[in-house]
Design a protein around this ligand. Structure first.
Ligand SMILES: [Zn+2]
Length: 508
């Protein structure tokens, strides 16, 4: 029995099959040397270094979730609105919205070592950080919904670039943020004036302003670029969840192309069809992928839907209200200081439901038709599309075409016969799964010392037993190290030590 190494320990993970796409290593047998929580070059004299034998294991960087919801008021509302799920494990599943302590342990048990909460209102940053301070094991950060603030909108409206930069920089500094997120650009302004936040397009002026959502997006993306933040503007565009919204996402991409920008949970924004006829609902992915493939400045996460019960939570209060009224479920909606807010409701995705089946197929279509895995991050928009503990299942859907075909055979027949999925045989390789779960999200988030196993990287490492059943393989890594500390083994947490809070420093 090998004693768990401490962070001050010098040790080597010896003989594993290294998946390190950032350094062009694809399954090569190599040693990984670790000192003081970082990966270092092989020492000239290896005496005194502890040897941890990982022969036969697949060694990858720790997982990076760049779009999740794990802290703050919306998550606590989620715990209250789904008490039957929050009470504890049912059918072997963890709570839909686990406690902050369980959240860290469950992520670590999957081999994830970094997570970002993608929607924290500026007024809620303090409480979110107090909660995240209790999140065990993982490094963590928050994206701030700074574009909801009235002063930010006013500065953007009068195209006062200096004021816009100052306001965003102040929000990031005070809120200890990593990135700026915009959820439904300008939507809160419509929402506050009693107009539905949905069904405005990118060129509808905000109430009482000359500013349109399109211009707001352009000015925000430029300001974030000028501030030199590690991650570009994180964009949840307008008309989330609505039939026909693929056009809004295409227009969003057109507006942002040429600037760096990240498109969040594109699955929820890729729907064809019209309002009045449910059977017209379908996939708008093909033209979106064509544009995305041709524009290198854009990155995205998918926000995959998987079947089962969960809780939806969004800074896009209008979308939450629309969905709650349409499905007749309870809704929690709250606003903070009239500057942003959130909507929270329970949801159950069913294979035989036409819309849900399309959502499932549309997410997979994005994964399987976008050309460059380096610009795409695996996400379920936890817990909106599915719980993060379902990531191994999603990885199997991507890497195992037979498993996917079998899943496809169970969904609504209309989707089965019309989705392009039926003709797609692509299977993600182990290297591609490694890219979309860690190498790419680390690079997209702007984390230079994560997502790879090169010298100078954080020693955040997951060691998996090879298994043709990819879901089983990725559900239970043999060993997980965070900053050189063994934090989980065979699905069991080994420590509750706390990770770091990742904060960005805007360029002055
Ligand atoms: Zn989200």
């Amino acid at each position: 029995m090998i004693a768990p190494p401490s962070s001050s320990h010098r040790f080597v993970l010896a003989g594993g099959r290294v998946q390190d796409p950032a350094n062009d290593r694809d399954g090569v047998v190599a040693d990984v040397w670790i000192e003081d929580g970082c990966i270092v070059a092989a020492p000239a004299d290896p005496r005194g270094w502890q040897r941890v034998d990982v022969a036969g294991l697949v060694v990858m960087p720790g997982g990076v979730d760049l779009h999740s919801h794990v802290a703050g008021p919306k998550v606590n509302a989620g715990r209250r609105i789904a008490p039957q799920l929050a009470r504890g494990r049912r059918h072997g599943q963890p709570a839909a919205v686990p406690t902050i302590h369980a959240t860290g342990s469950l992520y670590a048990a999957l081999g994830y070592t970094t997570v970002f909460d993608a929607a924290i209102a500026t007024a809620a940053a303090d409480i979110a950080h107090r909660e995240l301070a209790e999140l065990p094991i993982l490094d963590k950060g928050v994206y701030l919904l700074a574009a909801d603030d009235a002063e930010v909108l006013a500065a953007a409206a009068r195209d006062d670039r200096a004021a816009l930069r100052t306001l965003l920089a102040t929000a990031i500094a005070r809120g200890r943020g990593w990135a700026v997120k915009v959820a439904n650009p300008g939507g809160p302004a419509f929402w506050k004036r009693g107009r539905r936040g949905d069904h405005h397009d990118l060129d509808t002026s905000l109430p009482g302003e000359s500013l349109t959502p399109r211009v707001l997006l352009e000015r925000l993306a430029s300001a974030v670029g000028e501030l030199g933040l590690p991650h570009p503007l994180h964009v949840h565009t307008a008309n989330l969840g609505l039939p026909g919204n693929w056009r809004t996402l295409l227009e969003t991409m057109k507006s942002l192309a040429g600037r760096r920008a990240h498109l969040a949970h594109v699955q929820f924004h890729s729907y064809a069809g019209g309002d009045l006829d449910e059977t017209s609902f379908g996939s708008g992915v093909a033209p979106l992928v064509e544009f995305f493939d041709a524009h290198d400045d854009l990155t995205l996460d998918v926000g995959q839907v998987l079947f089962g019960g969960t809780v939806a939570m969004t800074g896009d209060s209008a979308a939450a209200e629309h969905l709650a009224y349409a499905t007749g479920v309870p809704l929690v909606s709250h606003d903070l200081h009239l500057e942003g807010g959130c909507g929270v409701l329970p949801i159950a995705y069913r294979e035989t439901n036409l819309i849900h089946a399309w959502q499932w197929a549309i997410g997979l279509e994005w994964f399987l038709t976008a050309a460059d895995p380096w610009r795409l991050a695996l996400s379920t928009d936890h817990p909106n599309g599915a719980h993060f503990t379902a990531y191994p299942h999603l990885m199997r859907l991507l890497g195992d075409a037979a498993f996917r075909r079998e899943a496809l055979s169970r969904i609504h027949p209309r989707v089965r016969s019309r989705s392009p999925l039926r003709t797609i045989d692509r299977e993600y390789t182990l290297q591609e799964l490694c890219i979309v779960t860690r190498a790419a999200p680390a690079r997209i988030a702007g984390l230079t010392t994560k997502g790879h196993l090169g010298v100078g990287a954080d020693a955040d490492i997951a060691c998996y037993r090879p298994n043709l059943d990819l879901a089983a393989m990725f559900a239970m890594p043999a060993k997980v190290f965070k900053a050189g500390v063994l934090v989980a083994e065979d699905g069991q947490p080994r420590t509750a030590h706390l990770g770091r809070t990742l904060t960005a420093t805007p360029r002055p």
